[in-house]
Structure formats: structure tokens, C-alpha cells
Design a protein around this ligand. Structure first.
Ligand code: DC
Length: 232
């Protein structure tokens, strides 16, 4: 079968990463969590006290950042590295979550990360999730999914994730953070979160992870077949 690009976009905590990871494992594709890249840049800016509003400081900081992913067999997932350091845990804390939407609004940050993401998809065979993957990063992706879920379900999922990590946070704080990020993600000037016209919508509210994988797999295989037919 021909390798394709699967682009998964949608709001925070709708199950994008879980589905993307499962699809990548099933089809032996690379999985890239583009949100982790925006989080890694945010972590660097916070640690180095970069003033986000100062273009010169931002550009200089971007030159000093190198982001990578390495598979951790124990955790059975890819982990994010910032300048050689494993930051998978640090990029998920509330300090980063509270600022990441601000950092992802910055044009220079988006340009640098989009270029890197496009290089990673050069040979196809990749599943990438984010906010602008089907619209900006891979407008020619063979399969574009747009994921949604009811707010109450998203809050519950995110809250449980943070609890497992030992974060002390209330449901209301989680809801507030999600609402704030939705607002910034959809209203920012640079590549706002939008459903691509040719994206298929997957509302995960009433689906188990297994059901989401089954449904998406059917679409993946359909697109692989279409691509195969085009070459024959
Ligand atoms: O998927 P996530 O919640 O880890 O993403 C963190 C933030 O990064 C999110 O608030 C929006 C931003 N983001 C983006 O602007 N573009 C992407 N392709 C991925 C994430």
C-alpha cells in the first residue's frame, strides 16, 4: 500500500494525540505531536525569560532551539527533547499550558516550526496532530481529520491526565484553561484553528478509543487504496 499523510486537527483534549499515536502504531507510520513542539518552544522562552513581544529576542531564541523526538520503549511512546534534554514531562505542566497559546500566536515561531514539520513529512508515512496540519502544514494530506468533543468530556479527560501526573488543580481551572486556549487558537491571526474544507469530522464524545481507531482506520485504508489506484 502507498504511504499517505494523516493530518489530525482539532481543539485541545479531544483525543487527537491518542488517536494519532494508535494510527501510527497500527500502520508503522511516524507520529509527530506538533503541539509538543510549541510547548517545547514555550518552555525554552520561560526558562530563558524571553520577552515574547520582543521580535529580536524571539528570533535569537529560535536560533538556539533544537527539538527532537525519541521513542521510549518503556513508556511505549515518543518523547520530546529540547536541546538534547528530555522535556516530555515539563512541557505538560500548567506553567507551559498557560502560556503556550500566546507563544503559538507568534509568526516567527510558526514559520520555524511549520518548516520543520514539513521536512518530517517529506517521505509521507506520517501521522501529525495539531491545529493547522491539514490547512497549513500539509494542505495536500491524503486524509484530514477534524476532531471535536463536548466541553464536559474534554475537561474530564484533561483533569484525569493532570491528576495522574500529580498536579493539584481544580476542574474549574482546567475548564478555564481549555476555554482560554480555544479562544486564542481560533481567533489568532496566524493560522487559526480551522476545519479544512476537505476534512472529515470525528466527534469523539460518545466513542471509545477503540471505536475511534476503527472508524479512522477505515478512512486511512480507503485513502491508501485510492492512492494505490492512482499510481496503477
Ligand atoms: O495539542 P496541545 O494542546 O499540546 O497544543 C499546545 C498548544 O500549541 C495549543 O494551545 C495550540 C498550539 N498549537 C498550534 O498552535 N499549532 C499546532 N499545530 C499545534 C499546537
Amino acid at each position: 500500500m502507498k504511504d499517505i499523510i494523516v493530518a489530525i486537527d482539532g481543539y485541545s483534549s479531544c483525543g487527537k494525540s491518542t488517536l494519532a499515536r494508535a494510527l501510527a502504531a497500527k500502520y508503522h507510520y511516524a507520529y509527530v505531536d506538533s503541539g509538543a513542539m510549541y510547548r517545547a518552544v514555550t518552555l525554552f522562552f520561560l526558562n530563558e525569560n524571553i520577552d515574547f513581544s520582543d521580535d529580536e529576542q524571539v528570533l535569537k531564541a529560535l536560533e538556539q532551539i533544537s527539538i527532537g523526538f525519541k521513542f521510549n520503549p518503556e513508556a511505549d511512546c515518543n518523547e520530546t527533547y529540547l536541546n538534547g534534554m528530555n522535556v516530555e514531562y515539563a512541557i505538560r505542566d500548567m506553567r507551559v499550558s498557560a502560556q503556550v497559546s500566546e507563544v503559538s500566536k507568534i509568526k516567527a515561531v510558526r514559520e520555524a516550526l511549520v518548516q520543520f514539520q514539513q521536512e518530517m513529512g517529506e517521505h509521507r508515512g506520517i501521522v501529525m496532530d495539531g491545529r493547522d496540519i491539514g490547512t497549513v502544514v500539509f494542505p495536500d494530506a491524503e486524509l484530514k481529520l477534524f476532531m471535536t468533543a463536548e466541553m464536559s468530556v474534554r475537561v474530564q479527560r484533561r483533569y484525569l491526565e493532570l491528576m495522574v501526573k500529580g498536579d493539584s488543580i481544580t476542574m474549574e481551572q482546567v475548564a478555564e484553561n481549555l476555554r482560554h486556549r480555544d479562544h486564542i487558537d481560533t481567533t489568532r491571526q496566524e493560522s487559526p484553528l480551522r476545519q479544512a474544507p476537505d476534512a472529515l469530522v470525528l466527534d469523539s464524545t460518545n466513542f471509545t478509543e477503540e471505536e475511534q481507531l476503527d472508524l479512522a482506520s477505515r478512512w486511512v485504508e480507503e485513502r491508501m487504496q485510492m492512492k494505490q489506484n492512482q499510481v496503477l
